[in-house]
Design a protein around this ligand. Structure first.
Ligand code: MG
Length: 495
């Protein structure tokens, strides 16, 4: 029996990212995937460094001590990342996940750090054979949240361990035994965060061709919103002595490492694209290796529950779409609020302030208890002295087409107010004349015993002349402006 791999590899930038920070490699003896993180292009550099370093093992696979070879390669990559960060502050904090399989006959060394994943489909059963080095996985392990809660947890991408140049960057290392018919999947979180394990299992179990299966998985992630870079490697274990299937021989490099195959690229700023992966939680003690020695026999591999229902999977896939819609909604609401506020500042109306007529800037509305207007100009026109028809409108506020129009409205009110003032003055003058008339008439009656004309000793006497009818007083003018004349206007006739 001669075991070999028949593999396919593919990467996609996704629907929201500007660049691809994933790097991956697939060769007859080595499968590796890295998901970089860091500002600007630093994530691309980090994943390229990891892949370019570990691919040095592809052509020189040791028969024994697979883990030592992997460990040394990881240490080298980590040291390179440390040195690059020390030399260039702009890439400080960059890091990468790394999940790699180094094959030797029927066994392979598995190296893993971060939250990229390796799965095994054996028969129809899908098992995740790596354990995420994430905060939510630690919370699940502690029993503080459920797996369902972890799948939609907002901090589920927060790494506790990554290859970032720090001394804590220790990978999980284990040797596993493969079987003919095994199908392995390596993927970045651009797939596993979006596509449910159930959908992954169904695709892997029902699509025989590795290349077609990889295409379908990436398509599922894109249909789920594609918020992140998506990279997948599928490798089938075949017995070349017992099948007509052709093993893969051609090494393939994809993602950021293609642009800098030796990992020597310098960072070139490019637009930051959402959603960026959070940085690694610093100075966290390494977790115990998830895959223990007993896992070598394949009897205690980490087993993820396979009973996720389709509804849960659908909800998980919708998460990035919902998040994007919420962000868009917030931006739209904020923009509309600003546009609305800006609109109100172009509006003017006439109302009352402190018992006087005033021009207001804004609109006569309140939102959440806050007024959308303020006094722009208070006039000297007292409300008590404007005609009642104007007063009714002013109290209800008079809208205008702008500040000039508001001033025109105030001009009309002032004109009506002045007419009432003049009518009031005329009424007051008439009342004074009437008072004088009554006094003179009383004196006449006292002297002559009558209020009619009379001749005494040949001399004619006439009573004082009445002042005539009162001046007209606009009925809508307030009584106060008439000084009481309106009420007494009927008393001015000749007695
Ligand atoms: Mg990612």
């Amino acid at each position: 029996m001669t075991l070999a791999l028949r593999y396919a590899i593919r990467t996609d930038v996704g629907l929201l990212r500007e660049g691809n920070e994933d790097s991956a490699f697939a060769g007859p003896r080595l499968l590796a995937i890295a998901d970089g993180m860091g500002g600007h292009a630093a994530g691309e550099v980090a994943s390229a460094v990891a892949i370019s370093t570990i691919t040095t093992l592809a052509d020189h696979v040791p028969d024994n001590d697979l883990l030592d070879a992997l460990s040394r390669a990881v240490a080298t990559a980590n040291r390179r990342l440390h040195d690059m960060s020390a030399e260039d502050p702009s890439v400080e904090g960059m890091g990468t996940t790394l999940t790699a399989m180094l094959w030797s006959g029927p066994k392979f060394g598995l190296c893993h750090i971060g939250d990229s994943r390796a799965y095994l489909l054996r028969g129809d059963e899908l098992r995740q054979i790596t354990r995420d080095h994430t905060l939510v996985q630690a919370l699940v392990d502690d029993g503080r949240i459920s797996r369902d809660e972890a799948a939609s947890h907002p901090q589920r991408s927060l790494l506790l361990r990554a290859l970032d140049g720090s001394p804590d960057a220790e990978p999980d290392l284990v040797v596993l035994a493969a079987q003919v018919g095994d199908r392995y999947l390596l993927c970045s979180d651009g797939l596993s965060d979006v596509v449910s394990d159930q959908s992954v299992q169904r695709t892997l179990a029902t699509v025989p061709d590795p290349d077609e299966a990889v295409r379908r998985l990436i398509d599922l992630a894109l249909r789920g919103g594609g918020p992140d870079n998506i990279t997948c490697i599928i490798a089938d274990v075949i017995d070349t002595m017992a099948t007509t299937l052709i093993p893969s021989e051609k090494p393939v490099l994809v993602g950021a490492a293609v642009a800098s195959p030796n990992g020597s690229a310098t960072t070139k700023p490019r637009p930051v694209s959402p959603p960026a992966r959070p940085q690694v939680v610093p100075h966290t003690a390494p977790q115990a290796a998830v895959l223990t020695a007993t896992a070598v026999a394949g009897s205690t591999l980490t087993e993820r529950e396979q009973d996720e229902d389709e509804e849960q999977g659908t909800a998980r896939r919708r998460w990035p779409i919902v998040t994007s819609l919420v962000v868009v909604l917030v931006v739209v609401v904020a923009g509309a609020a600003y546009a609305g506020w800006n609109y109100t500042q172009q509006q003017y109306y006439v109302g009352t302030a402190g018992g006087r007529v005033a021009i207001f800037r804004g609109v006569d509305q309140r939102v959440a208890g806050l007024s959308l207007s303020s006094v722009y100009q208070k006039t000297a026109i007292p409300l008590a002295m404007v005609p009642s028809n104007d007063l009714t409108q002013i109290r209800a506020t008079i809208t205008s087409t702008g500040l000039p129009d508001a001033r025109r409205i105030v001009g009309n009110i002032k004109r009506d107010y002045q007419q009432c003032q003049q009518a009031g003055l005329a009424s007051a003058a008439y009342r004074a004349r009437l008072t004088r008339y009554h006094a003179a008439l009383a004196t006449y009656r006292k002297q002559f015993g009558t209020t009619r004309p009379i001749r005494v000793r040949g001399v004619a006497h006439v009573p004082p002349r009445a002042p005539g009818p009162p001046p007209p007083f606009p009925p809508l003018c307030p009584a106060g402006t008439a000084g009481g004349a309106a009420a007494s206007s009927g008393s001015g006739g000749t007695p």
